[in-house]
Design a protein around this ligand. Structure first.
Ligand code: AP5
Length: 211
C-alpha cells in the first residue's frame, strides 16, 4: 500500500497517519518530521532547512526529493508506506512518480476550512522524543506536559506561531493545492472531510483502504 496524505497544515495528516500506519503495519514517512529531527541534531540538512521551516516556506525541491529517494529504498518500505507532507509541489509529485516502480495507490486530500486551522495549530503539542501529537483542548495527554507513550516532554513546534501558520496556509494554497489536479488527472485523488472528530475520519480511511 502506497498512499499520500495531502492537505493544509493542521488538517490532521500526522494524526491519521499514526493510526493508519499502526493498522497497516507500514511506516509513515513525514518529511516535516525528518527535517525537524535534522534541525534538532544540528546536521548539515538541519542547518539548511531551518530558515525555510521557521518562516513556513518550502525547503527546495532537490533537497526534499533526495531525502525521500533515500528513505524509500529502506527495507521497512517494502510492504508500502504513507507519505505525510510529500509531495508538496508538482515537481515533487513528478519526481515521486519517477521513483516508483509501480503506481501510487491513492492520494488522499484532507479537506478542512482555513478557519479551523489556527485553533488546531496554536493548541498543538508534540512529543519531543517520539513525535506523538496532542492538542491542549481536543486531545490532551493524560500525563499533562509529558507524553502518554514515552514520558517525553511535550513541546510547541517553532512553526506553530500565528504569523508562520498564516504563511504556511498561503504557501499551501499557492504551491501545494495544484497537486490535487495532478492526481485527479491520473485518477488517484480521493478527497476526505477532515473537519469534525478525528475518530470519524480514521474510520473512513481504514474502510477506504480495506483495513
Ligand atoms: P509538516 O511537518 O509536513 O507540516 P504541515 O504540512 O504544515 O502539517 P502539520 O504537521 O502542521 O499538520 P498535520 O496535517 O499533520 O496535522 P496534525 O495531525 O499534527 O511540514 C513542516 C515544514 O517542513 C513545512 O512548512 C516546510 O517548511 C517543511 N517541509 C515539509 N515537507 C516538505 C516538502 N515536501 N517540501 C518542502 N518543504 C517541506 O494535527 C494538528 C493539530 O490538530 C493537532 O494538535 C491534533 O491533535 C489536532 N487535530 C487533528 N485532527 C483533528 C480533528 N479532526 N479535529 C480537531 N483537532 C484535530
Amino acid at each position: 500500500m502506497k498512499v499520500v496524505f495531502l492537505g493544509p497544515p493542521g488538517a490532521g495528516k500526522g494524526t491519521q497517519a499514526a493510526i493508519i500506519s499502526k493498522a497497516a503495519g507500514i511506516p509513515t514517512i513525514s518529511t516535516g518530521m525528518i527535517l525537524r529531527d535534522a534541525m534538532a541534531q544540528g546536521t548539515v540538512l538541519g542547518k539548511e532547512a531551518e530558515g525555510y521551516v521557521k518562516k513556513g516556506e518550502l525547503v527546495p525541491d532537490d533537497v526534499i526529493i533526495g531525502i525521500v529517494k533515500e528513505r524509500l529504498i529502506q527495507p521497512d518500505c517494502e510492504k508500502g508506506y504513507i507519505l505525510d507532507g510529500f509531495p508538496r509541489t508538482v515537481a515533487q509529485a513528478q519526481a515521486l512518480d519517477d521513483m516508483l516502480p509501480d503506481a501510487l495507490d491513492t492520494a488522499f486530500s484532507f479537506e478542512v476550512a482555513d478557519s479551523e486551522i489556527m485553533a488546531r495549530l496554536t493548541g498543538r503539542r508534540e512529543c519531543g522524543a517520539c513525535g506523538a501529537i496532542y492538542h491542549i483542548k481536543n486531545g490532551p495527554s493524560a500525563k499533562g506536559s509529558a507524553c502518554e507513550k514515552c514520558d517525553g516532554e511535550l513541546i510547541q513546534r517553532a512553526d506553530d506561531k500565528e504569523e508562520t501558520i498564516r504563511n504556511r496556509m498561503d504557501v499551501y494554497h499557492r504551491q501545494t493545492e495544484p497537486i490535487k489536479d495532478y492526481y485527479k488527472q491520473r485518477g488517484k485523488l480521493v478527497c476526505v472531510d477532515a473537519s469534525g472528530e478525528p475518530e470519524r475520519l480514521a474510520k473512513e480511511l481504514l474502510k477506504r483502504l480495506g483495513l
